[in-house]
Design a protein around this ligand. Structure first.
Ligand code: ADP
Ligand code: MG
Ligand code: MG
Ligand code: MG
Ligand code: MG
Length: 441
């Protein structure tokens, strides 16, 4: 466990590290890095490394582009694959302005700020994500949408061709310090899930970003393309990133109450109440692509209706059956294309509001919602998630609470990007339209 600058210097020495990649993410959660030779590491840790932030999406205007990367020593890790030119380590960075104050457009800072609010209430916030992804064939150097295998859920070899690659990804992640809980073939052809143990929200967000590039890199080294695109195949399940959420106080799970009939603390219900109240705006963050909304449709195991329940898996939010330290709330809408820092920040802010204001989440829905008729849905007052990115962005735009939680800079930039995406999309004539209408009218 690396905790200080001295620990980093020792690791570098002991492992003969030659280069260090300083990692951060833009507002969309896309990983960026600046590589420095080890000769610069002292400078990086003492004063930070300057870079031009103006060409990073969602960062700053050209007239105030000087930014400083401050590596977080606790994130020091050796990259597991062979780099050819010597051992490479990485550190995740916070982003500061030249005067040393945190940059309000840094997603890591946005999460830190909401976490501080939780800490002030005595809580730490734990998140355990379940990332799904596809492995596709590569032809002539280009990714295709041909699944790498035709395996199904929990399938074994020989139908599951990806056992070896999945193991290689798992081993790479373990080298980077991940605590892997399970890895399995998912429901769709070529689709997989790898689960790692929950951790504090900041470490988990760092891990999600790391997970994505490790998976893509190891797939590429095996001649395959890994993608976290939410819905790459029309008639197959899409890829989600369920997030398992809990608060702890003094090392104890605050959602667990052994005295309660359900053994669930009232706080968990209030947390759910806060999240459900803001879920439409949160969706623009947790499901940030045009394509995200092609996953959130009935029939493919993805949530559509704004409901919560016990262990029943058709709900947007569920309380899995496990109790004790594993008592948690699972939110099933986020997908793995999201920015995990901003997604966790928005969820936590809403959940804390729920606790402070004791927001009642309403009745749980312990029936299979997919079996309900439109009348059944209306009778129960069940609302749906935003059907498009445009709709989600409109909800985020009018959500002053989320604007406050994310900060105006991030809120403005998320909306700018979402609306630009929608404008570009709406101009396109899709194959579907041509096929349907060209001969019909
Ligand atoms: P599912 O049954 O939905 O497929 P998984 O077993 O795939 O769930 O994943 C469960 C996730 O929940 C794991 O990442 C696990 O570490 C995490 N988890 C377990 N306990 C907690 C907790 N108290 N707080 C947050 N996450 C937790
Ligand atoms: Mg799972
Ligand atoms: Mg499981
Ligand atoms: Mg799954
Ligand atoms: Mg799950």
């Amino acid at each position: 466990n690396i905790k200080s600058k001295e620990d980093v210097y020792n690791e570098i020495e002991n492992n003969n590290v030659k280069f260090i990649r300083l990692q951060f993410t833009d507002i969309q959660g896309v990983v960026k890095d600046v590589e420095i030779p080890v000769t610069q590491v002292k400078k990086a840790l003492e004063t930070g490394i300057s870079f031009d932030g103006s060409s990073i999406e969602g960062f700053v205007r050209i007239d105030e582009s000087d930014m400083v990367l401050r590596p977080d020593v606790r994130s020091f890790a050796l990259l597991p694959w062979d780099q050819g030119k010597g051992v490479v380590a990485r550190m995740v960075c916070d982003i500061c302005k030249p005067d040393g104050s945190p940059f309000e457009g840094d997603p890591r800072y946005v999460l830190r700020r909401v976490l501080k609010e939780a800490h002030d209430m005595g809580f730490s916030f734990n998140v355990g994500p379940e990332l799904e992804f596809f492995l596709f064939q590569v032809e002539n150097g280009k990714a295709t949408t041909k699944p790498h295998d035709f395996g199904r859920y929990f399938e074994f070899a020989p139908a599951d061709l990806a056992e070896d690659i999945r193991r290689e990804i798992v081993l790479g992640l373990i080298d980077l310090g991940f605590n892997i809980e399970a890895a399995h073939h998912e429901v769709a052809f070529g689709q997989h899930e790898i689960d790692f143990k929950y951790d504090d929200a900041l470490s988990t967000a760092d891990n999600v970003v790391t997970f994505r590039y490790v998976t893509r890199t190891i797939a590429k080294l095996n001649g395959l393309h890994a993608t976290f695109m939410p819905k790459p195949l029309t008639s197959e399940n899409g890829s989600g990133m369920h997030v398992n959420l809990s608060l702890s106080k003094d090392g104890k799970n605050a959602f667990y109450d052994p005295q309660d009939e359900e053994e669930v603390d009232q706080m968990a219900y209030h947390f759910i109440g806060g999240v459900l109240e803001h879920i439409k705006g949160i969706t623009a963050i947790s499901n940030p692509l045009i394509n995200s909304y092609k996953r959130l449709v009935p029939g493919y195991e993805a949530p559509v209706y704004i409901t919560w329940s016990g262990p029943n898996r058709s709900s947007l939010v569920r309380i899995p059956a496990a109790r004790g330290q594993s008592t948690r709330v699972e939110l099933r809408s986020p997908d793995p294309s999201c920015n995990p820092y901003l997604t966790f920040a928005a969820i936590l802010a809403a959940g804390l509001k729920g606790i402070k204001e004791q927001i009642d989440p309403g009745e749980g829905t312990d029936v299979n919602i997919y079996d309900l008729t439109p009348k059944g849905l209306a009778d129960r007052n069940i609302e749906t998630l935003p059907p498009t990115l445009l709709d989600a962005a409109n909800h985020l735009a009018k959500d002053d609470f989320l604007r406050d939680a994310l900060g105006a800079h991030v809120h403005d930039n998320l909306l700018r990007i979402a609306y630009a995406e929608w404008d570009a999309y709406k101009l396109q004539v899709h194959d579907w339209e041509t096929n349907r209408y060209l001969n019909a009218v």
